[in-house]
Write a protein that binds this ligand. Structure first.
Ligand SMILES: Cc1cc2nc3c(=O)[nH]c(=O)nc-3n(C[C@H](O)[C@H](O)[C@H](O)COP(=O)(O)O)c2cc1C
Length: 390
């Protein structure tokens, strides 16, 4: 499967076309809208998310509630577009009209794509960069991920995400007995954190950052349960599923690092305490006593839950801006301000779920069949049985 996205932050709409989704998958707008609403929530989000009430239109590829196997086009309109029709207009304008619009951006924000993007594409108005580099684009990545999640759930594979850390406040108790429990509890938290006490401190940290015109980042975790062993491959660098998932997480705006299982801690612990002992019983087949490696050995799933974490840096747009340089005059100025969140870590955890779900779904389709959901389901079930008694 693959998908492209198109659309600017204040343009008319965001669009994605999903290619290769198998036929026969039950899919409704509700499945997608549910995930879009989850992305919009979270303590620390700015005014923009109050303006937008994201709703998807399925423009192709689905008939009577089931996918057809043809490309699926998903469209999410920007409510804010009506206020930006002049600034973001498609038709040519004169220099005078351009002057009138007065939303030209010439003072790049440190940490954002503004300056590099302007140099690369030759834009003197950095709005031409920020409109696309904005994380508004993640709306349709979440829409694509919602389709992947629906596909995975049909195969008995569940995806969940939560927030482990915001602005230096860490969840102390991030234990859960089932993924359902994790989902229910984190859905009730405004910061998607399992640890209620830490959640309150996170919200305070966000409020404090906002009051100071500052921003804070954090760490999110995604868990995928029910993937059979042997998905991905060790035989070639570009077939390793952990590396594909890592790339997908890194591609989320503002993400600066990825780890699986105990991740970077593995550098500080001997092998005898890192590697997960192998056990077997008739009912469950092969398992690992622990899951320090986060469900991967040799670029392949080992049947344990996939556990992947990503670190998000603080948001670059600051209401008390850092120093920058005006590209027209080369004078020192404060960076420009664009309506912004003070912390988007809770929303980013929903985006992370979506991109991980897409990679896992894609790997399953590559391995177990591409055209029909029923035959894929059968093949996955056969693989589960085969590996249990292997
Ligand atoms: C869900 C989400 C919301 C974001 N909201 C904002 C925002 O309101 N303002 C901002 O400056 N950056 C925001 N970002 C981060 C920027 O999009 C990102 O830092 C920028 O595109 C530069 O890319 P890089 O940080 O990956 O290098 C957000 C990121 C995510 C994942």
């Amino acid at each position: 499967m693959r998908y492209l996205t198109a659309g600017e932050s204040h343009g008319p709409q965001l669009t994605t076309i999903l290619e290769g989704v198998p036929a026969g998958l039950e899919l409704t707008t509700e499945d997608i809208n549910f995930e879009l609403a989850r992305r919009q929530k979270g303590h620390g989000r700015g005014r923009r998310m109050q303006i937008e009430k994201d709703q998807v239109q399925i423009a192709s590829g689905v008939r009577h509630g089931k996918t057809l196997g043809s490309p699926i086009a998903l469209v999410v309109e920007n409510n804010d577009w009506k206020h930006w029709t002049k600034i973001m207009g498609i038709e040519p304008i004169t220099d005078e009209e351009a002057e009138d619009i007065k939303r030209k951006i010439t003072r790049p924000r440190p940490g954002h794509a503004d300056l590099n993007g302007a140099i690369k594409y030759g834009h003197r108005d950095m709005r031409n960069v920020l409109e696309r580099s904005s994380a508004r684009e993640t709306t349709v990545r979440v829409a694509a991920g919602a389709v992947a999640k629906k596909f995975l759930s049909t195969l008995g594979i569940q995806v969940a995400g939560h927030v482990l850390e915001i602005g230096g406040v860490r969840a102390k108790d991030a234990t859960y007995s089932t993924l359902e429990e994790l989902k229910t509890k984190t859905e009730e938290s405004s910061v998607r954190c399992l640890d209620e006490e830490a959640g309150i401190q996170m919200m305070n940290a966000i409020d404090e950052a906002k009051k100071n015109g500052d921003s804070i980042g954090g760490v999110v975790e995604v868990i995928v349960e029910g993937v059979p062993a042997g998905v991905g491959s060790y035989v070639h660098y570009d077939r390793k599923l952990d590396s594909k998932i890592a790339a997908a997480v890194m591609s989320i705006n503002a993400f600066k690092g990825v780890e699986f299982g105990i991740g970077f801690d593995a550098a500080r612990i001997p092998g005898s305490k890192v590697h997960d002992e192998i056990i077997w019983d008739k009912e469950n087949g092969y398992k690992r006593r622990t899951n320090n490696l986060g469900g991967f050995e040799g670029g392949m799933t080992n049947g344990m839950p996939i556990v992947v974490r990503g670190v998000m840096k603080p948001i670059p747009t600051l209401y008390k801006p850092l120093k920058s340089v005006d590209i027209e005059t080369k004078e020192v100025f404060e960076a420009s301000i664009e309506r912004s969140d003070s912390c988007a870590v809770p929303a980013a955890s929903v985006v992370a779920e979506a991109v991980v779900a897409w990679e896992v779904a894609n790997a399953i389709i590559e391995q177990f069949g591409q055209d029909r959901i029923d035959s894929i389901k059968e093949n996955v079930e056969k693989m589960r049985e085969y590996s249990r008694d292997f």
